[in-house]
Ligand binder design. Structure first.
Ligand SMILES: Cc1cc2nc3c(=O)[nH]c(=O)nc-3n(C[C@H](O)[C@H](O)[C@H](O)COP(=O)(O)OP(=O)(O)OC[C@H]3O[C@@H](n4cnc5c(N)ncnc54)[C@H](O)[C@@H]3O)c2cc1C
Length: 410
């Protein structure tokens, strides 16, 4: 991979993209945020608007993903989640599934399925990545969904229940992680494409949530779902080779195999950190404006150190979180090893910052902050997700502590 110097300055192209994203976030997402939060439904018209201008497309995300500075994705996430977290997740959720195909699929599979995940501006589609299960959340290795190969028909038969799937059941394409060899834990997992309308595939419960309510989250039930052999991402030959290698390695040191699974997401975690930075920055800005204009005791409340110092701490934390996120993203694209679990560090710090800063924003807005008349109430509810999905804060600490110490900390 190309050596790229770490830089804190966005280049001219990046600034142009950031300003374009900011315009969409401010003019389209922000005004619609409260409505879609109340409706608790996928904001299809907004996704369509995003598709019309090329913001909801594989091309755009691929361009940011391959940005050699590493700042394309964090910059995109921060601006969109600054606009509104629920709507933003409806827009970027498809990317999770697309990355699953890009990372594991053959060129043919990428060319066939990824366009079907996005659809086009006249007929937008979404995709879902289905890994979590009722009994396999943090402990991903223990998932129970099974995929069994029916050699006579060259078909895979999938059975199980997935939960918490963003866009689950409404997606045009589901990427489903299933176990093909239970003894190998996460090394015995494989990913399958399940197109909408496949017999046996159905949506279970749709969850009513605390925050990011514009993003659809549901169970996905797989009842004797049959998909053709070509729906196994990467193909059968590659899977058989991988399983043979994993069996060999498992014989040598089982614990090492288990630990490796927890660190798999190190490169993708900064993107979630960047989402948290967006929400935290949004709440900080609302609080700063409010503190300058709200008067009590005959002067703006920001004239009190008790308020001004909180704002100083909020801004310091937001900037520190962004720096950790940018460092980890740059490490990811420049092929550096996450020797101190820097990806997990960035997600941990940014997620906790978002929760803290949005709570401080409510405090600064007083009674108004506690109502739905002002956006910080929604931002505080939204912020709670970052320390839960893509690995909870406790799991991030576990990964960091294990990486730093080399010990099997539990
Ligand atoms: C809105 C939303 C969207 C989501 N989208 C998706 C999606 O698109 N696809 C998908 O596959 N999944 C998705 N998820 C699932 C998400 O990744 C899981 O919720 C998350 O991994 C945590 O799993 P869990 O909820 O089962 O919690 P659990 O694993 O049961 O954890 C419960 C608590 O125990 C703690 N804990 C668990 N193990 C340990 C340990 N070893 N040490 C210390 N503490 C521990 C956790 O930190 C947590 O505080 C989504 C979840 C939500 C809420």
């Amino acid at each position: 991979m190309a050596e790229t110097e770490f830089a804190l300055d966005l280049n001219d192209d990046q600034k142009e993209v950031r300003d374009w994203l900011h315009g969409f976030a401010a003019d389209v997402m922000r005004p619609a945020a409260a409505e879609w939060d109340e409706r608790e439904e996928t904001p299809w018209p907004i996704i369509q608007e995003a598709a019309k201008i090329g913001l909801y497309s594989l091309d755009f995300y691929a361009q940011q993903f391959f940005d050699p500075t590493g700042l394309g994705i964090p910059m995109t996430m921060e601006e969109l989640f600054w606009g509104d977290a629920g709507i933003a997740l409806s827009i970027v959720g498809t990317g999770l599934a697309a990355v699953g195909v890009l990372a594991n699929g053959t060129e043919e599979q990428i060319g066939t399925w990824v366009p079907q995940m996005y659809g086009d501006a006249g007929d937008v589609k979404v995709a879902a990545f289905c890994s979590s299960e009722p009994d396999a959340g943090s402990d991903v290795a223990s998932l129970r969904t099974r995929a069994v190969y029916d050699e006579a028909k060259d078909e895979w038969v999938l059975n199980g229940t997935k939960t918490w799937a963003t866009n689950g059941g409404i997606a045009n394409v589901h990427v489903v992680v299933a176990s093909v060899d239970a003894e190998l834990g996460s090394k015995g997992h494989a990913s399958f494409i399940v197109p909408s309308g496949t017999p046996g595939l159905s949506q279970g419960q749709k969850f009513l949530k605390h925050g990011i309510r514009a993003s659809h989250t549901a169970e996905v039930v797989l009842d004797d779902v049959r998909v053709p052999g070509h729906c196994l991402l990467g193909g059968k030959e590659k899977l058989d080779e991988r399983l043979a290698r994993a069996k060999e390695r498992a014989k040598k040191g089982g614990e090492r195999v288990k630990n490796a699974a927890m660190a798999t997401f190190e490169a993708s975690r900064p993107a979630v950190g960047a989402m948290a930075v967006g929400t935290a920055r949004a709440a900080y800005e609302v609080a700063l404006d409010y503190a300058k204009t709200r008067e009590q005791f005959g002067r703006p409340i920001i004239d009190n150190q008790g308020v001004a110092f909180q704002l100083a701490d909020m801004r310091t934390s937001v900037d520190a979180a962004r720096l950790l996120v940018w460092r980890a993203s740059w490490m990811g694209v420049s092929g550096r090893k996450f020797e101190s679990a820097e990806g997990s560090m960035s997600k941990l710090f940014a997620s906790e910052t978002a929760k803290k800063v949005t709570a401080q924003a409510i405090q600064i807005l007083g009674g108004n902050g506690y109502t739905r008349e002002y956006p910080v109430e929604r931002m505080h509810r939204d912020a709670a997700i970052y320390s839960i999905f893509e690995g909870t804060s406790e799991i991030q600490r576990l990964v960091i502590a294990r990486t730093l110490s080399g010990m099997p900390i539990r």
